[in-house]
Ligand binder design. Structure first.
Ligand SMILES: Nc1ncnc2c1ncn2[C@@H]1O[C@H](COP(=O)(O)OP(=O)(O)OP(=O)(O)O)[C@@H](O)[C@H]1O
Ligand SMILES: [Mg+2]
Length: 325
C-alpha cells in the first residue's frame, strides 16, 4: 500500500513537471444518427487560455461535436481528451464548465439554489459570496432569491452561463450562449469571455453571431456537413486586407506605385489595393506619402478587411473540399 502510494506520488510529480496538456484535443470524430452522418472526421485542438470559435450552418454538426467532447454522446469513432484526460474522467468533468444549447433548470429552485446545487455536484467549495458575484456578473444579482420557473428566456440563459462559470473551470464550452440575450447581455458576455481569457481559461464558443466570434476568438473552426471546412487564426482565415482610396491626378508613376503595393482595381476615382496579409504598420502611410509626393490629390483612404461573415459565406458556398489543404 505504502509502495503504491509512493509510486502514485512519484507519477503525480512527474506529471506536474510536464507542460499543461491542451484544453481540448479531438481526433477523427465520427457520428451517425441512423442513416445520417452528422460528424465526419472532425479533429481540432483548443489550447489553454485560448478562445476558439466553432462556426457553421444549422445542422453542420457543432452541437454533436460538443456533446462528443463532453462524453454526452458516444462517438462512432475518434478520440477526445479534455485537459489531458478522457472526457468521462471525473477530474476533467469537474474542471469543465458547460452551457448546453437547450436546457431547463428545476423551476422550483431559486437562482442561488441552482448555483449551490451545481457547485455541490462539481465538488468544489465555492463560498456563497463568490456564487452571488457570479450571478451579478451575468446581470442576475438582484434575482438570486427568485424561482427560475418565472425567469424569461434570456434570464435562463444568463443563469446557464453563471452555472457554466461558477465552479472555477479551466475550460468552458458554450453552445450558443447569447442566442436569447439582448444587446447589453451580449456585450456583457463578450466582457466575461475576455476576462476568462485574461485568467487563462480556455473557451470553446459556438455561436451564429459571427461579429461576436470575430471580436473575442483567437482561432476559428468552421464546420460544414459534419466536416472541418476551414480552420485557423483570424488573420489566417481573413487573409488579405483592402485599402480603398479616392484619388485624382493619378499619373503613370503614381499608378505604378499603387500597383507595387498590391493588386490594384479601379472604378472612376475609386482605387482598391488588395494588400498582402502580413504588412508592417508603415506601409499605408508610406504609400500615401509617396502618392502625395507624386502629385496625387488624396480625397479618402479607407482601410478594410473582409469580415469573418463574408469569409464564412465564401467558404460555405465554395464547399469544404476546395478549402481543405
Ligand atoms: N439525437 C439525434 N438524433 C438524430 N439526429 C440527430 C440527433 N442530434 C443531431 N442529429 C442530426 O445531426 C446533424 C447535426 O446536428 P447538430 O445539432 O450537431 O447541428 P448544429 O451544427 O449544432 O446545428 P444548429 O446550428 O442548428 O444548432 C443534423 O442533421 C441533425 O438532424
Ligand atoms: Mg447546435
Amino acid at each position: 500500500m505504502t509502495g503504491q502510494a509512493t509510486r502514485q506520488e512519484a507519477a503525480q510529480r512527474a506529471l506536474a513537471g510536464l507542460p499543461p496538456s491542451a484544453a481540448v484535443w479531438c481526433s477523427g470524430l465520427h457520428k451517425r444518427y441512423r442513416r445520417r452522418t452528422a460528424v465526419d472526421g472532425v479533429s481540432f485542438t483548443v489550447e489553454r487560455g485560448e478562445v476558439m470559435g466553432l462556426l457553421g450552418p444549422n445542422g453542420a454538426g457543432k452541437t454533436s461535436v460538443i456533446k462528443m467532447l463532453l462524453g454526452l454522446v458516444r462517438p462512432d469513432a475518434g478520440e477526445v481528451l479534455l485537459l489531458g484526460r478522457p472526457a468521462r474522467d471525473p477530474y476533467a468533468r469537474a474542471r469543465v464548465g458547460y452551457l448546453p444549447e437547450l436546457f431547463r433548470y428545476q423551476p422550483w429552485l431559486t437562482a442561488a439554489e441552482v448555483l449551490a446545487l451545481h457547485v455541490r455536484l462539481a465538488g468544489v467549495a465555492v463560498p456563497a459570496g463568490e456564487r452571488q458575484e457570479g450571478l451579478a456578473a451575468v446581470g442576475l444579482g438582484d434575482r438570486a432569491g427568485d424561482r427560475v420557473g418565472g425567469f424569461s428566456k434570456g434570464m435562463q440563459q444568463r443563469l446557464g452561463l453563471a452555472v457554466a462559470l461558477v465552479a472555477r473551470p479551466e475550460l468552458v464550452i458554450l453552445d450558443e450562449p447569447t442566442s436569447a440575450l439582448d444587446p447589453l447581455g451580449r456585450a456583457d458576455v463578450r466582457d466575461l469571455l475576455l476576462s476568462l481569457k485574461a485568467r487563462g481559461v480556455a473557451v470553446l464558443l459556438n455561436s451564429h453571431l459571427i461579429g461576436e466570434v470575430e471580436r473575442v476568438c483567437d482561432r476559428v473552426v468552421i464546420l460544414d456537413k459534419g466536416r472541418v471546412a476551414a480552420a485557423g487564426t483570424l488573420p489566417e482565415l481573413l487573409g488579405q486586407r483592402e485599402l480603398r482610396l479616392r484619388l485624382d491626378r493619378v499619373g503613370p508613376e503614381a499608378r505604378a506605385r499603387l500597383a507595387a503595393a498590391g493588386r490594384l482595381t479601379r472604378g472612376g476615382d475609386a482605387y482598391t489595393v488588395t494588400l498582402p496579409a502580413e504588412l508592417d504598420d508603415a506601409a499605408v502611410p508610406d504609400l500615401v506619402a509617396d502618392l502625395v509626393g507624386l502629385g496625387v490629390r488624396v480625397h479618402a483612404v479607407e482601410p478594410g478587411r473582409i469580415s469573418l461573415e463574408e469569409r464564412l459565406l465564401d467558404i460555405l458556398r465554395t464547399g469544404p473540399s476546395e478549402e481543405r489543404s
